[in-house]
Every structure is written in C-alpha cells, then in structure tokens.
Design a protein around this ligand. Structure first.
Ligand SMILES: *[C@@H]1O[C@H](CO)[C@@H](O)[C@H](O)[C@H]1NC(C)=O
Ligand SMILES: *[C@@H]1O[C@H](CO)[C@@H](O)[C@H](O)[C@H]1NC(C)=O
Ligand SMILES: *[C@@H]1O[C@H](CO)[C@@H](O)[C@H](O)[C@H]1NC(C)=O
Ligand SMILES: *[C@@H]1O[C@H](CO)[C@@H](O)[C@H](O)[C@H]1NC(C)=O
Ligand SMILES: *[C@@H]1O[C@H](CO)[C@@H](O)[C@H](O)[C@H]1NC(C)=O
Ligand SMILES: *[C@@H]1O[C@H](CO)[C@@H](O)[C@H](O)[C@H]1NC(C)=O
Length: 737
C-alpha cells in the first residue's frame, strides 16, 4: 500500500521538473531497470524518441522479429542493449532525447515533452492507481518462454487517438479511436496496426507482430500482447497537432516508401475475372480502339490449374509472353497477376514444398489451414527464407520472365485464407474459432501472425531486388505488388495496399475514407480500393451504375486509381471454369452517358499524375501522408474540424485532403444532385471550386469561396465530384507544390 501511494504522488512530479543539465544525463546511452524477474531497457531511438523493451528472466536477444530499422534512418540507434545507467526497481533516472524526456521513478515510466520555453508537459505515463492491475502486467501460462502482457498508460478523457491501421468493415466510420477496442488480428479488409497518434503530440508504436488488442479507455490506454517474448514499444513527440512531424519521425524508424513507377499512377483495370488469354487481348484492343488510356490490366485468381501452381493454366493461357507483348503494343499497359498463398495436394509444387518443410503447419497436426473451392489447402510459409526463394522462382519462371511483372498478393492475411467464416462455401460462423492453430517457421499465429503478410510481401520485394540488382534501401520502384494485408513498415516495399472485399454500397464508399486516412496515419499511404466496391453491384440497375460513377470520381483522387469487383448482370454464364463470371466492369459497361463521364474522369487522372508524383516524392523524403484526414491540416486553425474530429462527425470525417492542395468531398448517396461540403477555415489562402465539365477536358471555373470556416451546398451532378483547391491551379497540374 505504501508503495502504491508513493507512485500516485510521483505521477504529478514530472511536470514541475527543472531542466538542470545534469539531471537529464545528456550523454546517457540508455537505462536498464532491473526488477527481479523483470528487466526494462530504455534507449534513445530515432528523433525525439525512446525505445522501451521489457523482458522476463533474460535480456531480449535483439533478434526478435521487428519492424524497426536499427540503426534508424534518422536519429540515434540502440547499439544493441547499450545503457549507461542501471537502476533498481525503486531507483530513478531521467534521460532526454531531443524534445522527449523519459523519467523512471519507483518503477513507473513517464514521458514528457520539452516545450520551447523550457517547461515540461507530461504526455503519458504508465497507468497507476491504488486498485488496478499493475501498469506492466504479465501472465505466464503458455508453454515455453512466451507470456501474455498488458501494458497500461494514462490517457485524458478528452484525448483523441488516430491511426491503428485499416478497419475497412464493420460500419466503422471513425478517425478518432478513443473509446474503442481494436482487435489485433488480420482478416479480409481488416489490417489493424499497433500504432496511434495522440492530439497531445505523441505517437506510440508497439513493435509486436502478434495477435492482441488495444483498449482506448477513458483514463487508460492498454496494449495487450497475446504471446510475446519481449514487449517492445517506441514513443516519439512533436508539438501538439503536428502530425506531419510525428509521421516523419515514425517513418524515420520504420522506413519510407520508395516512389512507385509512373505506370502505376495511371488507370488500372481489373475485375473478377478475365478468364482466358483471348479476353485480355480483346480488352486491350478495345481500350486501344476507344482511345481510353490504360496503364495496368489485372488477371484475377483461378487463372491457375491448381492452387499453389503459381503459373497460368496453359489450356486457356497458351502463350503469356505473346499476350504481355500484345497488350503492351496495343495500350502500353503492364500486366498484373493474382497469387494466393494456398497450396492443394494436386499442385505440381505440393510434394516438394511438403518434403522440404516449406508449408505452414498446425498445432493439431493436420497441417491443413483452410479449404477453398472444394479442396483442403495449406499455406506456403513465407516466414521461411527458403519458401520465399521457392515462391519467387516459380513467379519468375511463370510470369516475370515472360513479361508479367506485377503481382497481386491476395488472401495472404495469415493464419488461414483470411476468410474465417467460410469453409467450402458453407458458413461456419457458428463455430467460434476464427483461426486454425497455425505454426510458422517464425513462430505461432498468435505471436507472429501479423508478420506473415509482411514477409509474403517481402518475397516479391526480394525477387524484384534480386532481378534488378537494387538493394533494400531503394529509392524508386520499377514494378509493384498489390496486397490485401501488411504490417508496420510495409511502406518500405514496392507495394500498395487495397481495402479488401468491400460491399458495393454508398455508405461503404464513404466508410472507405475513414479507413484510408486511418491507415495513412499509420504510415501506409500507398493505398487504394476497389472502385465500385467488391461485391453486390448489379450493372443493369440505375443505382449500380450511379454508384460506380460516384466511386470512380473518388478513385481519381486516391494514390492509385483502380477498378475491381465481382459484378452481377443479365449475361448468362457459359464457361465452366471456376469463378468465370462473364459480367463486364469496363468504363463502357455502365451505359453510353456514363462512359462519356468516366472517360473524362480517366483523362483527369492522367492530368493529375505530375501532382500525384510530387505527393509520392514528399512521402518518400519525409513520410508526408498523401490521403490526409482534415485534422492533419486544420485542427489548429478550425475549431469545427477539431470538434467534428473528436465526435467523428460525418461532415468532417467523410472529406479528405488529397495532398496539401485538394479538398475532396465524395458524394455518397444515390439520386442526389447537390452535396453539402464543409470548407475548413484558412488563415490566408482561399478555397476555389474545381468544376469539371462533361464536354471537354477538365476545365476550372475557379469560383472563389473565400477563407472557409463554413458549410456550403454545391451542385454535384454525376460528372462533378466536389473538389476545391488551394493556390495556383497550374502549379497543381505541373506538380509544382
Ligand atoms: C557529455 O559528453 C561530452 C563530450 O564527450 C562532454 O564534453 C560532456 O562533459 C559530457 N556531459 C556530461 C554531463 O557528462
Ligand atoms: C533520484 O535519486 C537520487 C539519488 O538516489 C535522489 O537524490 C533524487 O532526489 C531522486 N529524485 C527523485 C525525483 O526522486
Ligand atoms: C510554456 O509553454 C507551454 C506550452 O506552450 C505553456 O503551456 C506554458 O504555459 C508555458 N509556461 C510558461 C511559464 O511560459
Ligand atoms: C475465352 O472466353 C470467351 C468468353 O467466354 C470464349 O468465347 C472464348 O472461346 C474463350 N477462348 C478460349 C481460347 O478459351
Ligand atoms: C535473393 O537473393 C538472396 C541472395 O542470393 C537469396 O538469399 C534470397 O533467397 C533471394 N530471394 C528470393 C526471393 O529469391
Ligand atoms: C528468372 O528467369 C530468368 C529467365 O528464365 C532466368 O534467367 C533467371 O535465372 C531467373 N531468376 C530466378 C531468381 O529464378
């Protein structure tokens, strides 16, 4: 009891600490807190940051899977477990790195920011109270050296938390996650990431690739790791609401996005599915004849004979080399193919993979992770470097060496095929297990599952690098992979994430905005979605057509413009190939009038490429987020934005900035002709309306709405997505920003 109340008293102390130079141990390389069975290492890491590692009975090995780059791109590195200060449990120590001060006293760690006037502001501290679990709480009921850990930190009732990855489902229309529980488990559309930014001016990242959860409670934020051998977290600070600085520092320790190739910034055509070579050639011919520019054509799943072949079925794809060359000749477009991680018994690769131990296994011994399309499947174990090499060899032989250079990493969310509620088409949602007990080379699904999609991405990345001779710190990409899942630091890869299988509904269109800006606030700006939504769009209905056009107009203002989905229509199926859906999904498939509009939006996208390239350059140099929630740029100047962000007011969270110059307010309702837009308050600049007319190439009307701070109702016919710009339009079109 005595100890507990001492801790309580101490919590208020850091605010009144003076800045006497000796107090801060300016040359300290780190602190080691030795507390019986528990050890805590605290080290300056990155700019204005500290890395904290807690372990039981033994020091961390330093070889634990990690998304941190050590040494980081910017700021101090950890130099192993180096530390110049060792303190016992009741000892104290204070160390400063840049503007962040860590203070340990009586076993409690707190973090404060040094303000320009020299005072300290407490950001967060380990959460202590007289009748709660200890701030650092461990349960050791797992075989081996792993344990469950729960780490609690103080939070203010009115604090806001942003980030935590992509929640592109579950009716989640939020950017402020305060009050939520975030489950750290991947599945289709759900890529939760253990990173959050506070409006008080700090960012926390738990360098833990396993399952668990984050609880954003009123007074306490708690991080739960289901199976850890070390609890490893990183914290950094910046002035309140300087989110660009937090992102710069965060990507300084987790990596920066290499710039994508130009072609990937153009129009990308995909559907479920083009199922033979003739269709792809015919498609390219049609784009050529219609004079519609196209940059990428995608071949979806089941173009293989058996799952795990990682090659095209020769019966219907007789000559991939000729196909790729012909597509290039007709349109200049690149090709992309889908690959799944599943392997079935009949695959030509099955026996080799099985014999060499390159398939993930299960704790129940069957080795089967899932079933799909009538067969049981296993996962290639991409956490094993030998498996990555095997996979890449197949991809090179079947595709890359034949001119198909880009890969779509589908269904590799980890554990299973990422669809926990389906088994051979039968719903098994009544069985309360969302995952088989998958074991990888790296460890268990519980402890390392979030590393699976990341290492699967890495297989393609290493393959690209090995072929082109580029190293891992590459500046730009020649080719890209598209992925349904990732982990922290996924921005290092020549890869982009898309939001998975979404429903074709207007409210889901709007929901994509909060999903996109939240994953961007988690370090992943290389992002897109299925224009039109993945499932549920009937192209013969007025609503379906309108949804597609509205969604397309939003897609023009995303990092990548990509059409995809399974469509329904009145064309009967003739092919007996699996998933041979004949319904079209091309710009001309949605009616003559809409084709005119869609062509104009495609032209607009190509006009914007110089601007988009500049956005990617800024992302590469400083981690500057591309898809920007309004709170990034306006919460300091505009009280309405700040309050609306806090309550997740749809007026505020259903708009975004595409780079620093364009405000986009997608129309998310059927049958409307006008749209309400909130123009955030500006200090000096003014908002100008960017109107796009149907007949010609995009034209600007430049109507000036002044300095904002008001709602307006704007005409929004189908061919006009509400967009407002800042500054000079020629600068935007030239990428001169
Ligand atoms: C920190 O290191 C510098 C350079 O070695 C030295 O001059 C200085 O006295 C040290 N400061 C303290 C407080 O030990
Ligand atoms: C920290 O410990 C030192 C020496 O044990 C002591 O002089 C100092 O007052 C302590 N500081 C705080 C803030 O408890
Ligand atoms: C110092 O700066 C902080 C943050 O701007 C402010 O809250 C505080 O009132 C200032 N204190 C003094 C003594 O000026
Ligand atoms: C490709 O599919 C189309 C549409 O079903 C069909 O008409 C054509 O015969 C197929 N071609 C080949 C080579 O299988
Ligand atoms: C890339 O090359 C390195 C060095 O030869 C090799 O270890 C690695 O397995 C290769 N990666 C792939 C995916 O082929
Ligand atoms: C990729 O394919 C090319 C062409 O067949 C071959 O020369 C090269 O060795 C292959 N590389 C790998 C890593 O398989």
């Amino acid at each position: 009891m005595v100890l507990q109340s001492l801790i309580l008293c101490y919590l208020v102390l850091p605010i009144s600490l003076s800045l006497a130079a000796d107090y801060f141990n300016p040359n300290a390389t780190g602190i080691k807190l030795q507390n019986g069975f528990e050890r805590i290492h605290i080290q300056p890491f990155g700019n204005h940051g500290f890395r904290v590692r807690a372990s039981l009975l033994r020091d961390p090995t330093g070889r634990e899977p990690s998304a941190l780059i050590d040494p980081p791109l910017e700021g101090p590195s950890s130099k192993g477990l180096e530390h110049s200060i060792t303190i016992p449990f009741r000892g104290n120590a204070t160390v400063r790195n840049g503007n962040l001060v860590v203070d340990v006293s009586f076993g409690v760690t707190s973090f404060s920011r040094v303000e320009p006037n020299g005072t300290l502001t407490l950001l967060t501290s380990e959460y202590a109270d007289t009748k709660v679990l200890p701030a650092r709480y461990y349960v050791q009921d797992i075989h081996g050296q792993s344990f469950q850990a729960q780490f609690g930190f103080s939070a203010d009732p009115d604090e806001m938390f942003f980030g935590t990855g992509q929640h592109a489902c579950c009716k989640d229309h939020t950017v402020n996650k305060k009050g939520q529980i975030v489950d750290l488990i991947n599945y289709n559309s759900h890529v939760t990431l253990p990173i959050w930014m506070s409006n008080k001016g700090y960012l926390m990242f738990f360098n833990y690739p396993g399952q668990g959860r984050i609880e954003f409670d009123r007074l306490r934020t708690r991080f739960v790791a289901d199976e850890a051998t070390v609890v490893d977290y990183w914290i950094t600070t910046a002035p309140p609401e300087d989110y660009d600085a937090l992102q710069q520092q965060f990507t300084g320790v987790t990596g920066r996005q290499p710039t994508p190739p130009d072609f990937s910034l153009g129009f990308q055509q995909s559907k479920l599915r083009y199922y033979n070579q003739t269709q792809i050639i015919d498609l390219a011919q049609r784009f050529h004849d219609e004079q519609v520019p196209i940059s990428l054509i995608v071949i979806d799943f089941f173009a293989w004979k058996f799952q795990g072949d990682w090659s095209l079925d020769v019966d219907v794809w007789p000559d991939p080399t000729a196909m790729a060359a012909e597509v290039k000749r007709l349109t200049g477009a690149e090709l992309m193919v889908s690959l799944w991680p599943s392997v079935e018994d009949l695959s030509e690769n099955y026996l080799t993979l099985q014999e060499e131990g390159l398939l993930a296994i299960t704790r129940d011994g069957t080795g089967i992770q899932d079933s799909f399309e009538g067969v049981y499947t296993r996962l290639i174990d991409s956490t094993n470097p030998d498996a990555r090499e095997f996979l890449w060899k197949r991809l090179n032989d079947s595709y890359f060496s034949k001119g198909i250079h880009n890969f779509w990493i589908d269904q590799a969310d980890g554990g299973t095929l990422g669809e926990p509620f389906e088994n051979n088409g039968q719903s098994i949602s009544s069985i309360p297990y969302s995952r088989s007990f998958t074991q990888y080379f790296l460890g268990s699904q519980e402890g390392f599952g979030k590393m699976y999609p990341w290492l699967h991405q890495q297989a393609i990345q290493e393959g690209f690098q090995n072929l082109t001779g580029t190293d891992s710190s590459q500046e730009s990409c020649e080719y890209m992979s598209l992925t349904r899942s990732t982990f922290i630091g996924g921005q290092r890869f020549c890869s982009y994430l898309w939001s998975g299988d979404t429903d074709s509904k207007f409210d889901v269109l709007l929901q994509q905005i909060t999903a996109g800006v939240s994953v961007a606030a988690s370090g992943i700006s290389s992002w897109t979605l299925d224009i039109g939504g993945f499932a549920g769009l009937d192209i013969d209905t007025d609503e379906g057509k309108e949804l597609f056009v509205r969604w397309f107009s939003m897609g023009v203002f995303l990092p990548y413009t990509r059409v995809h989905g399974t469509r329904s229509c009145n064309i009967p199926r003739t092919s007996t190939l699996p998933h041979a859906n004949p319904c079209p999904n091309e710009p001309w498939s949605y009616g003559e009038d809409n084709f005119v509009i869609l062509k104009k939006y495609i032209a607009l996208r190509y006009q914007l490429i110089p601007y988009v390239k500049t956005l990617f350059q800024m992302l590469h140099t400083s981690g500057k987020v591309i898809l920007r929630p309004l709170y990034f740029d306006f919460s300091k100047s505009d009280e309405f934005v700040r309050k609306g962000t806090k309550t997740n007011d749809p007026v505020v969270v259903h708009q975004f900035m595409f780079g620093p110059r364009l405000l986009v307010a997608p129309v998310g309702e059927f049958g409307v002709k006008t749209w309400d837009v909130y123009l955030p308050k500006l200090d000096t600049q003014t908002w100008k309306h960017w109107q796009v007319t149907t007949n010609q190439i995009p034209r600007w009307t430049d109507h000036d709405f002044g300095k904002g701070g008001m709602s307006i109702t704007i005409d929004a016919p189908l061919d006009q997505i509400p967009v407002f710009y800042l500054g000079d339009k020629d600068d935007i079109l030239n990428g001169n920003i």
